[in-house]
Design a protein around this ligand. Structure first.
Ligand code: SF4
Length: 357
């Protein structure tokens, strides 16, 4: 898959665009004035693979919160600001890594000039994000894709006149086909890096499937530098995990541990479903410097053969678990000892990787 080359910008410590890997953004649920809770969300998102974090800043209390968070956050922060240019100006002044501005909710031209000047004076990034849910009123008679694109074009006039190019673009729709079309056209028209997302994808598996189709298709076309999955969920963990798996699925994220597991069938010799849940809980807390594939298979008949590509795996036998490394059986343990043994083998594999580095 050939990637569309864009300009590269630095959002805090991470590079977005150019040759840099596609990164994951997730978004906070907690009001940022509740600094400790908000920080916990950021850490949780970082742990499951998020690279940057967006926070809604609806008022001055939230602004004080995000300024506090900036001092402690392990991830670069983007302040998501609507209707309040004054808060956007203050956030830019405070050195928040990125300011998300929505063409449909920004009315003041003078303050937009001031915002660009403030970003220009520091290191801040302008994240220009249009959304079908908040299209500017004068564009609403147009088709939604045209309106999204035109709203971006209009908002680019001021930064381009000022020769300010630390910009990331996004234009999100709730519709999969519109989202794919608009990102194709953004990639054809602009050289700025693109943040890709399907807005308001929904809850549970419907939201996950819709996001996977839209983002997977766009990424497969070589488009997109940063992604967010927008799910109705109480915290940003699931959306971060889904985004990471989408990247992994299209071969754009190699780091970390990937778990492959069989669907189970009448031949299954152990509780694969519970075992997979337990090992996934454990590996959430383990970081691997190189990509590792872990296979959990329900029987010894097809286990090692089906998972030849896995670095490490187990296949359940009659009250036993066979351990295999790249398809070759290395030992057999009782099923009740399988989880601790798998963790031990995994840690030893990771230690070897680290020694080699
Ligand atoms: S690995 Fe064994 S238990 Fe799992 S689906 Fe295949 S045949 Fe069934």
């Amino acid at each position: 898959m050939k990637r569309e080359k864009t300009l590269q910008v630095y959002l805090g410590s991470i590079a977005i665009g150019g040759c840099s890997p596609v990164s994951v953004e997730s978004m906070g649920r907690v009001y940022p004035g509740r600094v400790e809770e908000s920080l916990n969300e950021i850490h949780a998102a970082a742990l499951v693979g998020s690279d940057c974090f967006r926070i809604a800043v609806p008022d001055e209390g939230a602004l004080s919160g995000i300024i506090q968070l900036k001092k402690h956050s392990p991830l670069p922060l983007i302040a998501d600001i609507h209707f309040s240019p004054v808060i956007a100006l203050k956030a830019a002044q405070a050195g928040i890594d990125g300011i998300r501005v929505n063409p449909g909710t920004w009315k003041n031209q003078l303050q937009y000039h001031q915002l660009i000047e403030r970003l220009q004076a520091g290191n801040g990034v302008l994240r220009l994000g249009a959304n079908t849910g908040s299209l500017p009123s004068h564009l609403q008679k147009k088709g939604r894709v045209e309106a999204l694109l035109d709203s971006i074009i209009e908002m680019l006039e001021v930064p381009q006149k000022k020769d300010f190019h630390r910009i990331i673009l996004s234009a999100k729709s709730t519709d999969i086909n519109e989202t794919i079309e608009v990102y194709e056209r953004l990639a054809d028209t602009f050289s700025y890096p693109l943040h890709v997302g399907l807005t308001e994808a929904g809850e549970g598996f419907e939201g996950i499937i819709k996001s996977t189709i839209a983002l997977g298709t766009i990424l497969q076309k070589g488009i997109g530098n940063n992604i967010r999955v927008s799910l109705t969920s109480p915290n940003p963990i699931l959306e971060s995990q889904v985004a990471v798996e989408i990247l992994r699925g299209v071969g754009l994220r190699q780091k970390g541990i990937e778990v492959i597991s069989c669907p189970t069938c009448a031949r299954t010799r152990g509780d694969v479903v519970s075992f997979v849940k337990e090992i996934k809980e454990v590996i959430r807390l383990i970081s691997s410097p190189s990509p590792l594939k872990l296979a959990i298979m329900g029987c010894e008949v097809n286990g090692p053969g089906e998972a030849k590509e896995a670095d490490l795996g187990i296949a359940f036998g009659k009250s036993t678990a066979l351990f295999f490394v790249r398809g070759k059986v290395i030992k057999t343990v009782h099923q009740q000892d399988a989880l601790p043994e798998l963790i031990k083998q995994l840690q030893s594999m990771i230690s070897h990787q680290m020694e080699k580095e």
